[in-house]
Design a protein around this ligand. Sequence first.
Ligand SMILES: Cc1cc2nc3c(=O)[nH]c(=O)nc-3n(C[C@H](O)[C@H](O)[C@H](O)COP(=O)(O)OP(=O)(O)OC[C@H]3O[C@@H](n4cnc5c(N)ncnc54)[C@H](O)[C@@H]3O)c2cc1C
Length: 396
Amino acid sequence: MTTTTTPADELTPGAPLTVLTEEEQMFQQSVRDFAIEKIRPLVPSMDRDAAMSKELIKSFFELGIMGVEVPEQWGGAGSTFFTAVLIVEELSHVDASCGVLVDVQNTLVNNALIRWGSDDQKSKYLAMLTSDTVGAYALSEAGSGSDAFALATRAEDRGDSWVLNGQKLWITNAAEAGVFIVFANANPDAGYKGITAFIVERDFPGFTVGKKEDKTGIRASSTCELILEDCRVPKENVLGEPGKGYKIAIETLNEGRIGIGAQMLGVARGALEYAIAYTKERRQFGQTVASFQGVQFQIAQAATDLEAARLMVYNAARLKDAGKPFLREAAMAKLFSSQVAEKVTSLSVQLYGGNGYTKEYPVEKFWRDSKVGQIYEGTSNMQLGTIAKTILTDRL
Ligand SMILES: Cc1cc2nc3c(=O)[nH]c(=O)nc-3n(C[C@H](O)[C@H](O)[C@H](O)COP(=O)(O)OP(=O)(O)OC[C@H]3O[C@@H](n4cnc5c(N)ncnc54)[C@H](O)[C@@H]3O)c2cc1C
């Protein structure tokens, strides 16, 4: 990848998307080095055991990448959304599970608290989330995935506290998390306008983390069920206002999917780097595989797809930081980047030949890790729906 830096902190208007500020370059380089030196050796065992290294999580806090956008007064790095996106790409080019752990923390959990948290909630929870506590974001249920607002978890106002009942499914980071943003309906008669967001601590009475999924890819990232049985949540732990949870869910996910675009960009890049190195070594017909024009064209096409995905992801992130509309660009970036990831990782397996199809070599894992990009934070069809709506408006 080719990026250049600007000497100043601010980008010149009109600067190419891949020109980075000094701060962005610093984060990119330090996370890249960390990922290669410290994460890469652990990748095969974390994937095999479906377990995230506790030491790595500790290091993420020490590196300051668990609170990228959190203002310094609450212990964060006070940086930008774009920086968070760069970090997710760098982690994911080595391991997509580490990428999504940091992504959910920053783009969903911290972002929701920064934007909708009260001063007391920020002081308490952002301080935890930037120092030692992993966060999770719990919207999906067995009966509500794409149709997220059909959620069946209920919240009842009991005067001094709320009582939550229901089950969540597919919750990333749940095995490690200490703080959960949980969506429940406090007024089902009002439909989606009853949905309310709650900050739930792991040790609140009535809250349990249930079964962990045995997944195809991102195996070191925990994905669990949550059980809420008369779970008591203090009155002050409503995030935003009662009935405004749908807005929090929509808006955080609109941003979050740029992060998933970055994760998929990293996955595609990681696989392609391995494939390029392998084809330059592997010899058939008396020459390296990379010397065949047919293979060169495949690699050139993959690099071009990757560049297009990168520009889409970076542009969506820059638009978000600039306070400009980014809904369509974010949906397009996630849609395209996840398609590119599946295509490029599949090609990488292909270019390794039989070796690519074994666990002895790293590319099959990238292939497995790529698929989820088309499923979570809104499936590809949901992204297409969003894009279509913004293009076709209401004049059908
Ligand atoms: C590894 C993993 C981690 C996850 N992490 C989280 C998390 O941290 N927090 C959380 O809340 N959720 C999480 N999810 C849940 C994820 O967001 C949902 O799986 C996703 O939204 C899809 O919902 P579903 O699985 O119920 O599929 P469904 O909604 O049942 O979709 C099935 C198929 O139908 C298609 N479809 C559905 N409706 C339409 C339509 N209207 N038009 C066209 N096609 C349609 C879909 O595109 C899909 O192909 C995670 C999921 C996975 C796999």
